[in-house]
Design a protein around this ligand. Structure first.
Ligand SMILES: [Fe+2]
Length: 394
């Protein structure tokens, strides 16, 4: 029998865990004692993705407080609007993120994501006025998208963009992200992803897909491990604006190199000191294990320290090709957790330890009508960058 006086953790396959809250918390995860919160945090860092069911009533303020509690390094914001993991750039008119949601007015660290029109009084619309949401579709981001017939008739979809939630300029990647499914399509509606080698993944429509950065590292050859442990990823300045005119590969892992990126001198003002240079491997602060953590779409260069101490640099196209070869095995169907949403699920994921991707096509797929979905997302830039403390193999 589970102990209802404390947090209970049930592992999922291929990774992840389900959480049962203690009775005293009254179904509110912000009410956990310090000891029980420590258990929850340990579960998030160990299992990388955890789900707390029946949280549709969680307020944006409680979601913010819960998210912030995971990372004591987060600086106290100057006012109640501070800290969202993407900063102000999220809605820049040239950013690839600009259509990805609207902000909860009174809790701007919480974004409303989804698809469809929501009246002022609908559950989850906290803004007091009607809102219109657009689910990110790979058709606007991939170089060679599926046809509307493949989407509607064959139920095909793609990994939209494998990523880590992060501005990747100036701000540090958030430690965790919380994602609350308030209105989601039924799990019985299926989609399929076809791979370049003939593999196929079946998943619920709109599943959020996760890959473990730890497993991704473990699967590398010894030579590849040596390479990633010795390599620093330099991200582009204002990376989401940099890649704005470019298009992604069909697996959502990186960008197709056609020279379409915004020129560095045409970007909004940027400072070299704010450009993010992060190790390719981040050490899990709970388990000590190395995680391969790269945002393949936003990279600019790779800098590798050689045995003799010299540094070799791969420029944009070569860096993308290298990163793609290292990341591709990790997204094979058997390695992906395609999380199928239940209404009220609160998913907490270790953003510095997994890669994740939106999937699902919601436009015109329901006998010509659009699907509806509404979610609340929160992440807060960490107070420090992730580090690699894994001993470098000789
Ligand atoms: Fe995300």
């Amino acid at each position: 029998m589970p102990d209802t006086a404390t947090v209970n953790v049930t592992p999922l396959e291929p990774f992840g865990a389900k959480i049962a809250l203690p009775e005293y918390a009254n179904n509110n995860p912000t009410k956990l004692t310090d000891d029980d919160f420590a258990k929850l945090k340990s579960a998030v860092l160990t299992h990388c993705v955890v789900v707390i069911p029946d949280q549709a009533q969680l307020s944006p303020n409680d979601q913010y407080l819960l998210t912030k509690r995971f990372d004591p390094s987060i600086p106290e914001p100057k006012d109640h609007t501070g800290g969202y993991g993407h900063g102000k750039e999220f809605h820049h008119d040239k950013s690839v993120l600009r259509k990805d949601g609207c902000t909860v007015k009174d809790q701007p660290q919480v974004q409303i994501l989804g698809q469809g029109e929501f009246a002022a009084d609908e559950p989850g619309n906290e803004n007091g006025e009607a809102i219109s949401l657009t689910h990110p579709s790979h058709t606007t981001f991939h170089h060679s998208p599926l046809s509307q017939s493949e989407i509607v008739n064959d139920k095909l979809t793609r990994f939209y963009r494998w990523h880590i939630d992060s501005a990747l300029y100036d701000l540090s990647p958030p430690l965790v992200t919380t994602l609350l499914g308030i209105k989601v399509p039924p799990q019985s509606q299926k989609n399929y992803i076809e791979y370049d080698n003939g593999d196929k993944l079946e998943l619920a429509q709109g599943a959020t897909c996760f890959v473990s950065g730890q497993h991704a590292f473990e699967r590398l050859s010894d030579d590849e491990k040596r390479f990633v442990l010795n390599t620093t990823v330099e991200y582009a300045p204002h990376p989401y604006i940099f890649i704005g005119p470019a298009k992604a590969t069909s697996d959502g892992l990186t960008m197709v190199s056609e020279g379409k990126e915004t020129k560095l001198d045409e970007l909004p003002e940027w400072e070299p000191s704010k450009v993010k240079k992060l190790p390719m491997v981040w050490t899990n602060p709970e388990t000590g294990k190395p995680h391969l953590q790269v945002h393949g779409c936003c990279i600019h260069k790779l800098h590798t320290t050689n045995e003799d101490g010299s540094v070799s640099t791969l420029e944009l196209e070569d860096a993308r090709n290298k990163v793609h070869s290292l990341m591709r095995p990790a997204i094979a169907p058997e390695n992906v957790l395609p999380y199928a949403w239940n209404q009220g699920d609160l998913v907490v994921f270790f953003n510095q330890g997994v890669w994740h991707s939106v999937t699902g096509e919601f436009k015109g797929v329901n006998h010509g009508a659009d699907e509806k979905r509404l979610m609340h997302q929160c992440n807060i830039a960490s107070g420090k960058d992730p580090v690699n403390t894994t001993a470098i193999a000789a």
